[in-house]
Design a protein around this ligand. Structure first.
Ligand code: IPE
Ligand code: IPE
Ligand code: MG
Length: 245
């Protein structure tokens, strides 16, 4: 499936952005509203997740084309295991689908580097293998960094960092800067802009530490309806806030 090279710009928000300064380098997205999108159409929730996956691909492409450096996508939270097993299994199967050969080839053609954040050891072995494969196969790429948050929770991120840091550092060596290195996000700079779709205005256990200084941007659109105009609207808003600051 071809998912790069889409051009969905319909009006002129792109031209209103000053592309020379005050741009977000790292965008994080809470891709919420797949279920409600499907329900409104009389479709099963799985149809919403499938549509959301297509939107996710397009969003990676949009960020790539617009020179964003890092994109973190909240795809599956530590709380999402509480959903019905069928739904959980379907979301996990979409991940396996995403890391198919053709997609990996396109990621490589576009110089995109993939990471996973979260405890992926809880996923089926075959899924973990597919995740490791895409990470390995895109390792040399130097363009857009895409972080998939899978079985990610901000609280468990902090706990795993605490467990690691106390093994290697003395109490007096533990500073904010040092601690940050032990989080799943490691050296990657914290997000500048965090987008949540679907009208909800919660962090839902996403990047709790990392979003300490992040600009938050919300839209009522459901995730499958996210598009280039909304991305530009969020960037423009971010830029205006930063220029005022
Ligand atoms: C977000 O959409 C996708 C995941 C959490 C995996 P939801 O499935 O939460 O959709 P709503 O919020 O029920 O509409
Ligand atoms: C947040 O959405 C998690 C993801 C987008 C993966 P949820 O729909 O799971 O969060 P809550 O339940 O509304 O807080
Ligand atoms: Mg939701």
């Amino acid at each position: 499936m071809k998912w790069f090279g889409l051009n969905r710009t319909r009006n002129g928000l792109k031209s209103k952005i000053d592309w020379s300064s005050h741009l977000p380098k790292h965008i994080a997205i809470m891709m919420d509203g797949n279920g409600r999108w499907a329900k409104r159409r009389g479709l099963p929730r799985s149809a919403g997740h499938y549509a959301g996956m297509q939107t996710m691909r397009q969003t990676i492409s949009m960020c790539h084309k617009n020179g964003i450096e890092s994109l973190t996508l909240y795809a599956f939270s530590t709380e999402n295991w509480k959903r019905p097993k069928d739904e959980v299994d379907y979301i996990i199967s979409l991940v396996s689908e995403f890391v198919q050969e053709t997609n990996v080839r396109e990621l490589n053609e576009n110089n995109i580097k993939v990471f996973f954040i979260g405890d992926i050891s809880k996923f089926p072995e075959v899924t973990q293998q597919a995740m490791r494969k895409v990470v390995d196969e895109t390792e040399e790429n130097t363009g857009l960094k895409v972080y998939f948050a899978m079985n990610y929770g901000g609280k468990s991120d902090i706990i795993q960092a605490v467990r690691s840091i106390v093994k290697t550092k003395n109490e007096e060596e533990i500073t904010e800067e040092e601690f940050e290195q032990f989080l799943y996000t490691g050296n990657n700079p914290c997000p500048d802009l965090l987008i949540r779709t679907s009208g909800e205005k919660r962090l839902s256990n996403f990047l709790l530490w990392q979003s300490a200084h992040t600009e938050l941007w919300f839209t009522d659109e459901m995730w499958p309806d996210f598009n280039e105009e909304l991305l530009y609207a969020s960037i423009l808003d971010y830029q205006n806030r930063k220029k005022r600051a």
